[in-house]
Design a protein around this ligand. Structure first.
Ligand code: SF4
Length: 208
């Protein structure tokens, strides 16, 4: 199957799972589409995502005057950080990526604290997930393998985390307190109450 056919299949399967599925050819098109999807005056929570930041969406939203809840803002005090996580749960629009998308349209994500996955499941009025084609995997098993052996080691290495995989480059199934990844969530379909759940698949590699 060609890349094009795989993308069409994933979009079709996402729709079967009741996600609103969109395709953008490249990052520029994805940024434009996402900005059009965010209502004027909305508060916007930003999940921990290189994809969202590399697309320049945080700066674009700030420039347009949106209220942003971004826990990667290094100026936040510990109390402000906690409040930012809470605000992400109740914001108008939550913007994030996903660690993997299966060919049959399921989203797989692994969090340390669960703030991103919880905001994806319940709370915000609108969810927008942006993902490059590098996130597509055959099935749930491969998706979990990807998040534990590709995404987690790279993310933890970048953050100078004590997670063992940051050094080994692959998961060793560690246990607490070393274990940094603690909430593995598979969205088999759109959570029932989240009527406005959108997935933008981008025809190029983005994020990890
Ligand atoms: S279980 Fe441990 S080694 Fe495996 S991905 Fe999580 S933190 Fe890394």
């Amino acid at each position: 199957m060609s890349d094009n056919e795989i993308v069409k299949e994933v979009l079709r399967e996402l729709k079967k799972n009741e996600f609103n599925a969109y395709y953008a050819q490249n990052g520029d098109e994805a940024r434009k589409l996402v900005l059009e999807m965010i209502p004027e005056g909305a508060s916007v929570g930003i999940g921990g995502s290189l994809t969202i930041r590399n697309l320049g969406l945080v700066e674009a939203l700030r420039q347009k005057g949106y209220k942003i809840y971004d826990h990667w803002d290094e100026t936040l005090t510990p109390e402000e950080l906690k409040q930012t996580f809470r605000n992400q749960r109740t914001c108008d629009v939550f913007l994030c990526s996903t660690n993997a998308i299966t060919r049959d349209g399921q989203l797989i994500n692994l969090d340390g604290s669960g703030n991103r996955v919880s905001s994806m499941i319940f709370g915000p009025q609108k969810i927008i997930v942006v993902a490059g084609i590098n996130k597509i995997v055959e099935n749930v098993e491969q998706g979990i393998h990807r998040v534990k052996n590709v995404v987690a080691p790279e993310n933890y290495r970048r953050r100078n985390s004590p997670a063992p995989c940051a050094k080994t480059g692959h998961c060793i199934d560690c246990r607490p307190p070393a274990k940094q990844c603690r909430a593995l969530v598979i969205l088999e379909a759109r959570p029932r109450i989240s009527a406005d759940f959108n997935v933008v698949l981008v025809g190029e590699e983005l994020g990890i």
